[in-house]
Design a protein around this ligand. Structure first.
Ligand code: CAA
Length: 284
């Protein structure tokens, strides 16, 4: 199966990045948001990120125009998914919300369409089971910033067919990404490895081992990480980090995944990182 048209549900950081890469590689995308203002905001972000690529001479201005022309905004999921081959859900990490989105998508998308979720932590198998086509359901986990990061974690649910995995792998390669297959276990591979490192860095702050800047310097200068773990936690969102730690903790019932009390306290205080202007660092 060739993917000729896509719908992306959700125009936030991940959703607009996913739309950006599909449209830039010539695949028309329907971008779905709950309100037109939010869809317009997502388009503005894509425009800004494309302009950044024009300035760096990664694309020319004609490619930018063509990319934007490949994106159509929608506020009605049912209409947006009617004629697409692949639907990628990228709404906030809330099981009930995702179930609701997939109920509409399952009803309206063509029978052969593949349903994918960009979830970073919710079980693919559990979501797939709420639809009438679990064998056509798969995880396509992109990374932020989507236009830059090469990885797509392709997460196979309990019933995902080989054919669907092949199509999704092929599609990721068309976007110039590297698909890596993983099984559906809490945190998949990416967050099972990344989040305990971030959580441990937060424990180092909590226990006064070192300041956030110094912890980040250790990991940047000693391990060549592009961002230190605390800067990265702010970039991802401390609420998202806490949600993922809780998924690992509850999923494996292993105390090694317990979230650091400082992480819990910062989320309770609304200090979520870049998006609220304050986390381990402050932002304009
Ligand atoms: N769109 C297009 N281009 C972008 C971009 C965007 N949204 N964001 C950054 N870029 C480009 C810049 O234009 C720049 O291009 P050049 O290499 O041509 O100069 C390049 O990315 C580097 O950007 P900057 O110079 O502004 O800054 P930087 O060198 O500090 O890099 C970074 C920024 C790419 C984000 C880098 O710090 C990095 O790779 N950080 C780690 C990010 C990471 O770990 N992401 C995964 C998070 S986990 C996740 O997403 C999933 C989950 O489940 C939680």
């Amino acid at each position: 199966m060739n993917i000729k048209k896509v719908a992306v549900i959700g125009g936030g950081t991940m959703g607009n990045g996913i739309c950006h890469v599909f449209a830039m590689h010539g695949i028309p995308v329907n971008l779905v948001e709950t309100k037109q203002e939010l869809a317009d905001k997502a388009l503005e972000t894509i425009d800004k990120n494309l302009e950044r690529m024009v300035k760096k001479e990664k694309i020319d201005s004609e490619q930018k125009v063509q990319t934007l022309e490949n994106i159509e905004t929608h506020t009605n999921t049912i209409n947006a998914v009617k004629e697409v081959d692949l639907v990628i859900e990228a709404v906030p990490e809330n099981l009930e919300l995702k179930k609701k989105v997939f109920a509409d998508v399952d009803k309206a998308a063509p029978e052969e369409a593949i349903l994918a979720t960009n979830t970073s932590s919710i079980s693919i198998t559990k979501l797939a089971a709420t639809t009438s086509r679990p064998e056509q359901f798969v995880g396509m986990h992109f990374f932020n910033p989507v236009p830059m990061m090469k990885l797509v974690e392709v997460v196979r649910g309990f019933e995902t067919s080989d054919e669907v995995v092949d199509t999704v792998n092929k599609t990721a390669r068309l976007l110039n990404k590297n698909p890596v297959p993983v099984s559906d276990y809490p945190g998949f591979v990416s967050n099972r490895v990344l989040m305990p490192m971030i959580n441990e860095a937060i424990f180092c702050v909590h226990e006064g081992v070192a300041d956030p800047e110094d912890i980040d310097d250790v990991m940047k200068l000693g391990m060549a990480h592009p961002m230190g773990p605390l800067r990265l936690a702010d970039f991802i969102g401390l609420d998202v980090c806490l949600d993922i730690m809780n998924v690992l903790y509850e999923g494996f019932k292993d105390p090694k995944y317990r979230p650091c009390p400082l992480l819990v306290k910062m989320v309770d205080a609304g200090k979520l990182g870049d998006k609220t202007g304050e986390g381990f660092y402050t932002y304009d």
